[in-house]
Design a protein around this ligand. Structure first.
Ligand code: ADP
Length: 470
């Protein structure tokens, strides 16, 4: 506004001298455009190097135990230092440019003032030179007009020089904004169908119908043609070697991924036709990795059902065999856990996460049985609470210790994404197939698995997926 206003006044006072005063404006604009083009990729580089530095730091801090036990401090130091130096370098790249641009803008604006002062001063004494400026009024320059010019030109160069700050900030913000929006614009892989219905009053009938799945489009099939069903209240166990696709099969039920072929129905409705939130309300998940948020124990139990009363929390914790140890903690249910609180053992964390699921009270339960070694007593407690949790709901268990699934209504033996055997414990033992062999090894009646089987498991372990010794 100031620039435009001053320009209008200058032109109306003396067009010739106004041209001299404003000749720098196109230069300033050209300089700014050049700067914007040059600095943009450099700011983008700064943002991504900050991202890398943060990832590096987060990574080595969360893996601090591994770093220490493997004496890798020096290695991690070097990696963080390298990321930090890269950040420094990209920042310097920007600064070099900005420290050329900002004073450059001021210099140009200052030159425009000097030119006005010198040209106007000369013209006062000599009259305007002939040529393009003839007839613009420069020849009749008066002292009063000249003084006005000197004052107004100063008014006018200051805001122009300030534009450089704004341009610099703008470019910086733009680089950050592009990263943020780049992330926000990634389409969600799984989202609600516009006509998705609410899944209410879930009984818990689950059916897999010709389900095939690949993690990537045209990628390798991880599951092929899975067909089975569970009536409300049934317990279905999935067993089989690591990498067979057990976890994947159950992730599809929670709709963390969508099936590639076939369909999964809950109470006769395709999971893709119901609202995601209502599906996940109906399916509880207790995994191997139990995650607790920084906060109190009660908050962690309540997670997902934030309106639960204190009594409900205690009841859920009691059912999960967690009440007793919680009451021995310094502040009971208000004890802080996580980063700024007490550290809990693996078994205790597991029981809190079971309590969370008890409180959720889902019609369908998915249990990824923990393989981590807890003492026998804790294992017993966890097993007892899980049995209680599973009693009156449809339950899917990924079992590593076959002893825990003897009583399942249906046992599915998966191998390389296919159901290779199915039946109850007794039926499968009678078949004398893969299940019977796995059972024999775990029960100690068979010394070892067939060689070919072990070799395959080894190969699978080598190209990803932790071996679990199962
Ligand atoms: P299980 O639970 O029986 O050990 P998984 O379902 O975890 O088996 O894995 C089945 C196969 O899918 C494995 O070959 C594994 O490498 C692959 N897999 C698992 N998770 C992913 C993923 N997020 N992306 C790509 N492949 C995966």
């Amino acid at each position: 506004m100031t620039v435009v206003g001053v320009a209008v006044i200058l032109f109306s006072l003396n067009a010739g001298l106004a041209v001299v005063a404003l000749v720098a404006v196109p230069l300033l604009v050209a300089f700014t455009l050049w700067f914007m083009r040059a600095v943009e990729p450099r700011y983008a580089a700064v943002r991504s190097s900050v991202g890398r530095l943060n990832t590096r730091l987060e990574n080595s801090l969360s893996g601090i135990e591994l770093v220490k036990t493997t004496n890798a401090e020096e290695y991690e130091n070097r990696r963080v230092r390298a990321a930090s130096e890269e950040y420094h370098r990209t920042n310097m790249d920007v600064l070099k440019l900005s420290y050329f641009y900002r004073p450059g803008m001021e210099l140009l604006a200052g030159l425009s003032f000097a030119a006005t002062f010198v040209a106007g001063g000369l013209w006062l004494f000599t009259g305007a030179p002939p040529g393009p400026l003839a007839g613009t009024g420069a020849e009749g320059l008066e002292v009063g007009v000249f003084v006005t010019f000197v004052l107004l030109t100063q008014r006018f160069v200051a805001p122009l020089a300030q534009v450089s700050n704004i341009v610099d900030w703008y470019e910086n913000a733009k680089a950050s904004g592009e990263r943020v929006f780049g992330l926000m614009d990634v389409p969600a892989r799984i989202s609600d169908d516009p006509d998705a219905a609410e899944l209410t009053e879930v009984r818990g009938d689950v059916a897999y119908d010709g389900v095939s799945f690949a993690y990537e489009e045209d990628g390798e099939r991880v599951l092929s043609d899975l067909t089975f069903s569970a009536a409300a209240g049934d317990t279905v166990a999935l067993v089989g070697p690591t990498g067979a696709g057990k976890s994947t099969a159950l992730k599809l039920l929670l709709r963390l991924y969508d099936v590639t072929e076939g369909e999964i129905r809950v109470d006769g409705r395709d999971v893709r036709d119901v609202r995601l939130a209502s599906l996940r309300d109906a399916v509880g998940y207790v995994g191997q990795e139990t995650f607790l948020f920084d906060g109190t124990i009660a908050e962690n139990v309540r997670y997902g059902r934030f309106d639960a009363s204190d009594e409900e929390v205690v009841r859920a914790a009691t059912a999960a065999e967690a009440h007793d140890f919680i009451t021995t903690l310094p502040d009971g249910y208000d004890t802080r856990v996580g980063e700024r609180g007490v550290k809990l053992s693996g078994g205790q964390r597991q029981r809190i996460s079971i309590a969370r699921t008890v409180l959720q009270d889902p019609a369908i339960l998915v249990l990824d049985e923990a393989t981590s070694a807890v003492d026998t007593e804790t294992e017993l407690l966890i097993q007892r609470s899980l049995d209680r949790l599973a009693a009156d709901r449809t339950t899917f268990v990924i079992a590593h210790r076959l002893s825990t699934v003897r009583d399942a209504d249906l046992i599915l033996v998966l191998d390389r994404g296919r159901i290779v055997e199915r039946g109850t414990h007794e039926e499968l033992l009678a078949r004398d197939g893969l299940y019977a062999k796995l059972w024999g090894v775990q029960a100690g009646t068979i010394e070892e698995l067939p060689r070919a089987f072990v070799e395959r498991a080894k190969r699978r372990g080598a190209n990803g997926g932790a071996a679990d010794g199962g």
